[in-house]
Design a protein around this ligand. Structure first.
Ligand SMILES: C[S@@+](CC[C@H](N)C(=O)[O-])C[C@H]1O[C@@H](n2cnc3c(N)ncnc32)[C@H](O)[C@@H]1O
Length: 153
């Protein structure tokens, strides 16, 4: 019979990447952290990157520059993912003068070019948020779930 230890062990928490750490809590630029991580380390990468909509933590960039910047992060995320691993990329819409650009559609070709397989395009919805006056209000975001290898359907 399998036993489950309910007493938590003392976790090893590190502020830089260490293979034997239980938790790595890195406060800094994502590319600097990714640079520390060896190839094919992660079984699952989950991220909710900036949406380039001018939130306090980001500078609104020209959309092409934003995509180039994201491409660097995506390439690194793919590099650190194991051959049988998954990547979940959570994004919303970029909105400019009432024009909506779904970021997952913009970023999908980058993953496709890198050979990733889209397993599901998960659309989830929420009830809160700003009310649009001249279109339906934005009430959903998207998670793109990719795998590196082809899995049975
Ligand atoms: C869309 S928000 C994600 C919010 C988060 N999922 C949550 O529910 O609170 C994007 C986050 O990415 C962080 N961020 C932006 N640029 C970054 C970078 N270059 N390196 C690391 N984190 C970054 C921001 O500080 C922000 O917390």
């Amino acid at each position: 019979m399998e036993t489950i230890n309910l007493i938590p062990k003392k976790l090893k928490i590190s502020d830089k990447f260490e293979k034997d750490a239980d938790v790595v809590l890195y406060i800094g630029d994502t590319l600097e952290l990714l640079d520390q991580i060896p190839d094919e380390t992660a079984s699952l990468v989950v991220t909710s990157p900036p949406y380039n909509i001018g939130k306090p933590y980001e500078k609104r960039l020209d959309l092409n520059i934003y995509v180039k910047q994201q491409e660097k992060v995506i390439k690194e995320a793919v590099r650190i993912t194991k051959e049988n691993g998954s990547i979940c990329w959570q994004v919303g819409n970029y909105v400019e003068n009432g024009r909506i650009i779904p970021l997952d559609i913009l970023l999908y070709p980058i993953f496709d070019k890198l050979g990733l397989k889209l397993r599901n395009r998960i659309v989830w919805h929420f009830g809160h948020g700003l009310h649009a006056r001249k279109r339906f209000s934005g009430r959903y975001e998207v998670i793109l779930w990719f795998t590196k290898s082809r899995l049975p359907s």
